[in-house]
Design a protein around this ligand. Sequence first.
Ligand SMILES: Cc1cc2nc3c(=O)[nH]c(=O)nc-3n(C[C@H](O)[C@H](O)[C@H](O)COP(=O)(O)OP(=O)(O)OC[C@H]3O[C@@H](n4cnc5c(N)ncnc54)[C@H](O)[C@@H]3O)c2cc1C
Length: 520
Amino acid sequence: MPATRWGDPAYATGLPDGVRDLVSLVFPIADRPAREDVTVPAPRLGDEQIAGLRGIVGDDHVVLDDATRRRRTRGKSTPDLLRQRSGDLSDAPDVVVRPASHDEVVAVLGYAQEQRIAVVPFGGGTAVTGGLVADLASGDLTGMLSLDLGRMRGLLGIDTVSSTATLEPGLRGPEAEALLAAHGLMLGHFPQSFEYATIGGFAATRSSGQSSAGYGRFDKMVVALRVATPAGEVRLGASPSNASGPDLREIFLGSEGAFGVITEVTVRVRPLPEVKEYEGWRWSSFAAGADAMRALAQSDLLPTVLRLSDENETMINLADPSGIGGEGNAGCLMITGYEGTPAAVAAKKAAVTAALTELGGTPAGSEPGEAWAHGRFNAPYLRDSLLDNGVLVETLETVTFWSNRENLYTRVKTALEETLGEGTLVLCHVSHVYATGCSLYFTVAAPGGEDPLAKWLPAKAAACEAIVAAGASITHHHAVGTDHKPYLTAEIGEVGVDVLRAVKRAVDPAGILNPGVLIP
Ligand SMILES: Cc1cc2nc3c(=O)[nH]c(=O)nc-3n(C[C@H](O)[C@H](O)[C@H](O)COP(=O)(O)OP(=O)(O)OC[C@H]3O[C@@H](n4cnc5c(N)ncnc54)[C@H](O)[C@@H]3O)c2cc1C
């Protein structure tokens, strides 16, 4: 993946005509190419330290060239891309180290602790909340190494009786699914970043995918973990469930590389679906559609995929980026998807169809659902072409109880519109549902002006403050990183933060792992 863009350059497109026409109606298109003449800062580590690392993982797997270090600099949020595009590589790792096994990870951590080198675990590099940025200012660290887990890409074992599989952390989503598919199995975790994000990253950020209504969020799929920490190895998950005190798996799920390096993940697997069917439903308003989602969730009647666009997102056609700029739609579009055996799909679909009809939805047939499924991983390419043309575009997400959904929606939307000013378009969809609440996923587009980063940061802060004021969570699935860290205390309290600090002291007493990430 290029440093300044998303995905495979072969799929990069110019700004589609429909989108160009739409943007031009609101503000002039500008040419904003990424800078290529960029200097990566000189590595801070000495020759002896590099030799020490080479002694652990081999000469070929200690990489110092500028292009590799540039690609391991930060993640893929819009601020990350804007900094890369402007040539700001101040957060570049000094070196990229590529271990091949748990034991090599342990050895690298031991060496880094001795040498006072910060270690930032790197999976797919798709982080969007600053989780790949080490803060060296707070300690006496001599430099930063990016611990690239890309060589740890094995399927370590399958227990078909228990329906579990043990995977290495560096497997990307499609690689993991392909290994499981060879055994007729699947994981079923499909975030929009599926093609590049990794098993270790999913666990470390408590990711949630587009089929979460049917298959659950990633942390709920995890049965067991193996973690290398500077204080030693932690193995958790000797049984599917237990009453052996607090569940320590939860300490490492979502720990964003600050507590240890996840080197093995055992997940629940399920048979490959024989049938996949997606369709659309139309609702008179966002509130009416959300009420219908709540009714489904509270009657344990969830399809595999369930998402609902608000009026703006429906009008723009964001559920099908290839249709943006085409004929706009009124009301709100819901996507439902069913996966499984023919009998299970038919039964679930009949029950959901009856419930949605009763609740006042209008069936829109399979076309919107299939279009969504076809384009489900494409939107990030559109973000790049919008940035190329001077449009500031970014996403953010949050989660709350159903009773607070409307309040949260209104507060965040208003905060973004008021901060970004004229020409701003805020779109939203309900992306994940529970019996008790839902997550709201916002997409924002605004004229970027001369300095889109300076324009975005106050808007993001205003949105975060609106989330806190609404009593919602600062993140449903993007994690805390460095961007959300200032808002964590408001959510978990001072004592909660002390608990995190105590765990950090126990597993990483020298503070080398992802310093500055997660813990306020
Ligand atoms: C376009 C786009 C769409 C996205 N869509 C979704 C979505 O639908 N759902 C969703 O949940 N997220 C989404 N994300 C966010 C991101 O993809 C997830 O957070 C993902 O889980 C990160 O995985 P990764 O392998 O890329 O991790 P990285 O970006 O490499 O790392 C993320 C964090 O985890 C740590 N880490 C990584 N691997 C390990 C490990 N093995 N052990 C310990 N710590 C580790 C890193 O140090 C870092 O703090 C999206 C991001 C982008 C850019």
